[in-house]
Structure formats: C-alpha cells, structure tokens
Design a binder for this molecule. Structure first.
Ligand SMILES: [Zn+2]
Length: 290
C-alpha cells in the first residue's frame, strides 16, 4: 500500500511541476516585454479594470510613447486614490507624460460654491482668480515647482468647471512606469494632498474662508461646515451642499425637539443648512470677509 501512496504523491508532484511550467510558458508568451512588476500586478487579480486595461495596452512608457506617435490615444482615468487623469501626449512632436490630479470633492465644492454664488456675468473673471489662488488651497509641502494649476471651463451645455493640478514629464529617457514614478517622486506630496479619502488640501469651510479673502462669495454652513450654494439650478434660493444624498438637508441640524418617542408622532425630517448673515457673522465676531 505504501508504494501506491508514494506513486500517487509523486504523480501529483509531476503534474504540479508540469502545470507550473505550462503557466510559466503562458506568462512568457502573454507578457513578452512586460516588466515583472506589471506582470505581477496584472496576474494578482488585485487591480482595477481601468488600470488593467491601461497596463495591458501600454505596459511601459516606451509602449505608450510609441502608441501616441502612431496617433493612438493614451489615457487613463482612475478614481482609486485620487481623481487622476494620466495621459501621454505629443508636445512639439515629443511624447510627454501628463498627470492631472483633480481637486478632492470638498475643495471642489468650495470652489463651485464661490462660482455659483457669483453673478453669472462675472464667472470668467472668478475662474481666472481661482486659477491664481488654487495653490493656496494646498498644504505648504505640496506647492511644488513645475505644478500648473488648471481651471477647465465647463464643456458646452455643462455648468461646472474642473479644477486640477498638472505636471508634465518628457517621456524621452523613461522606459518603465516605475522609472516614471521614480522620475516624478518629488510630486508625491501633491498626490497625497489630492488623495480623496484623506486629503491634505483645504476643503469646505477652510477653503471657503480662503476664497472669501480673495473676494469670491463662497459660503459654508455654520452648522455642518460644508460648502453650500443657494444657486444650484434645481434648488435656486435654497442653501444646498453638493453631496447628492444630503443636498438641502444639513447633517448637523438639531431637530431633537421635533422627535417624538413614537414614530407615528415624529416631525423630525432634518433641517436646512444655515449660512450666517453679515449681521450674525458680525455678532459671532467674524468679519464679513472671514
Ligand atoms: Zn449644514
């Protein structure tokens, strides 16, 4: 019996080895010229669909640059850690890797509040002012030479411009994507500041205060601190924040007085945001601009 067991186990081992060798051959065929770290990522199953598609199409910077030279579009949009747009483009016929990091939602909401609360006729001027002051919304260490502040006007028929920071790196001399990340490591503090889960950039009330110092009429709710506007197209005249499930409802509104013990009697439906009037702000010791 012992010999039978042994032969089963050695057969299993042989089959295992054959499988491993076949798998290796498959990978070699499938990933010819793809750097090991990218193969590992693609095989891990732990990669978002947009990155999977991008790295399969352009496994190296070299491949991306060649594709652009052939007239292909090389673009990745991902919202994994930050609102990222990675592109390879031609500038003066030279391939350039362009990274655009859109500001996180709380920063965007303050900027949109300032824009929507401005007179419609003034909006172009307001956007120009915003482009100048965008770096002030960054933490000190993220204000890096070579970073451009971008305010993209809304596409025709749309209302909201896009706000971002961008840096460009010539693709010449770069080979792998890891060589690109090494070459751009000085921008890490910017990437961190733009991270939308735990941003270091000024958001909501903090960003509103900075905008107001520049004369931009952004507003924040005195209760919840969210950036709010009363010029949302669906809710004109009512203060709303731009978080879809909240909108006109303030998450800090105190309606305990309306809550009854029995659900049948409850009048508690939440309440509105509250933006201080100039008078209230003065009473609270805040200046009109602060
Ligand atoms: Zn509120």
């Amino acid at each position: 019996m012992a010999s039978t067991k042994k032969s089963v186990s050695s057969r299993a081992k042989r089959v295992g080895k054959q499988k491993a060798a076949a798998e290796q051959r498959r990978q070699q065929r499938q990933y010819e010229g793809v750097p090991d770290e990218i193969v590992e990522l693609l095989e891990s199953g732990d990669i978002l669909p947009e990155w999977d598609k991008f790295y399969r199409a352009f496994p190296t910077v070299t491949a991306a640059a060649e594709a652009v030279a052939r007239g292909e579009e090389v673009t990745l949009e991902s919202h994994e850690h930050e609102l990222l747009l990675l592109e390879v483009v031609l500038e003066d016929n030279q391939p350039v890797v362009m990274t655009t990091l859109h500001v996180p939602y709380g920063t965007r909401d303050a900027l949109l509040s300032g824009l929507f609360n401005s007179e419609t006729a003034d909006r172009e001027q307001v956007m120009a002012t915003m482009a100048d002051l965008l770096p002030e919304l960054l933490p000190e260490e993220a204000r890096i030479d070579g970073v451009e502040a971008v305010v993209e006007a809304p596409a025709p028929g749309l209302l909201a411009p896009r706000f971002a920071f961008r840096f460009k790196t010539p693709a010449a001399g770069l080979t792998t994507w890891s060589s690109y990340y090494e070459a751009t490591h000085q921008f890490s503090p910017l990437r961190e500041a733009m991270s939308w889960m735990d941003t270091g950039a000024a958001t909501h009330a903090e960003a509103v205060a900075i905008l107001r110092r520049h004369g931009i009429p952004a507003a924040a709710c005195a209760q919840c601190g969210h950036a709010v506007t009363n010029q949302h197209p669906a809710w004109p005249g009512l203060w709303v924040d731009l978080v879809p499930e909240c909108g006109p409802l303030c998450e800090r509104y105190d309606d305990t007085a309306l809550t009854q013990e029995n659900e049948i009697d409850s009048l508690a439906i939440g309440g509105p945001h509250h933006v201080l009037t100039l008078e209230e702000a003065a009473q609270a010791g805040l200046t009109a601009n602060g």
